[in-house]
Design a protein around this ligand. Sequence first.
Ligand SMILES: Nc1ncnc2c1ncn2[C@@H]1O[C@H](COP(=O)(O)OP(=O)(O)OP(=O)(O)O)[C@@H](O)[C@H]1O
Ligand code: NI
Length: 330
Amino acid sequence: MSDLVEIRDLHISYETARGIVYALDGVDLTVYPSQILGIVGESGSGKSTLGMAIGRLLPSNSLRTSGDLFVNGKSIFDIGDEQIRLLRQTSLGFVFQNPMSTLDPTMRVGRQIRLVLNGPASDDSIYELLRRVGLPDVKRVARSYPHQLSGGMAQRVVVAMAISRQPSLLIADEPTASLDASVREQILRLLLSVREETGVAIILLSHELGLVAKYCDTIAVMYGGRLIEAGSNVSVFGRPGHPYTKALLEAAPGSERPGDWLEAIPGVPPVLQSSAHGCVFEPRCKFAQETCRTVRPALRPIENRLVACHRAEEVLRAEPSTAATHGRIA
Ligand SMILES: Nc1ncnc2c1ncn2[C@@H]1O[C@H](COP(=O)(O)OP(=O)(O)OP(=O)(O)O)[C@@H](O)[C@H]1O
Ligand code: NI
C-alpha cells in the first residue's frame, strides 16, 4: 500500500512574544489510503499544528526547523505556491471546529459551493452534494446564508465543500467541538459514511477520547509535541503501552466535558520552550526512572503498536486498569 502522508521527524516551532514554542518536537507518522486515524492529546499537544502542516497552512510565525512531510510522495515544503494550492484543492479537505469560520457569512451557501467546485457546476450537482451530506430541503439550504442554518447543518455544508473535489484525505480538527452533543455523533457518522462511499482517508484530531475510540480504526496519541503511542484502536486503547495513554483511559469514564479526563493525571502538560532531553511525560509519570529524565525514548514497535517509552514492557505487564476496557471509554 502506498502512503498518503509520510511525516518524518518533523519539528515545528512558533515565534511568540515570549520566545520560541516547540509545537512539534520530532513527529513520525504515516497515513494510509482509506484509513481513519484518530489523533488524541490534550490542549497544546500539537494536534492542530500537525493537521495544518499537512496542508502547509501554518501561520507565518511558524518555522520548520527540521524533518519533512510528504503528501502523495512529494515534500510539501519543496513544492511551489501554485502546486500547494492545487494539492489543497484536489487532494485535501479540511473541516475545522467552527463551521462559521470556514463559511463566508455574506454569501449564499449554493454560491460558496459553486466557487469551491471551481468550474461550471449545475444547480443539480450542488443539490446532489448537499443531499450526500444528509441535508434535507437542499434548494432552501442552497439559497440560505450560513447564519440561517443550525450549527450541525452548517458543519454538513462544510463537509460538502471539503469532499466536493474528491480529496484523498480529510483532516477534521475538532469537527464536533462547537456542536450540541446531540449532533456530534451525526457529524462523525457522516464522515464515516463519506469514507465508506469514497474511500477517503480521515484524520480526526480531537480531545474527545470517547468519540475517537468509537469511530477510528487507528489511534495516535500525542503529548508535548510528540507522538507517544500509535497503533490499532484495539491495541492502543485495549491495552495501552504508554503510561500516558494508560492514565488517559483511567481518567476518561465519567468525564462530561472535553478536557476533563486530563485532570485526573496530576501535573500539567508542558509548553515546550526547548526540546526536551528525556521523556516529556516524565514529570507526571508513575513509571518514571532515572533514564527517563535523561534519555529521550524513541518510538519503537512492541506488541502491535509503536510506543515511545523506556518502560513500555512494564506498562503492558502492569495490571489492566478496571476502566480502560476497549469500547467502554465513552
Ligand atoms: N499561531 C501560534 N503562535 C504561537 N504559538 C502557537 C500558535 N499555534 C499554536 N501554538 C502553540 O503551539 C503548541 C501546540 O498547539 P496546537 O494548537 O497545535 O495544539 P492542539 O493539540 O491542537 O491544542 P488544542 O486542543 O488546544 O487545539 C501550543 O503550545 C500552542 O500554544
Ligand atoms: Ni487544536
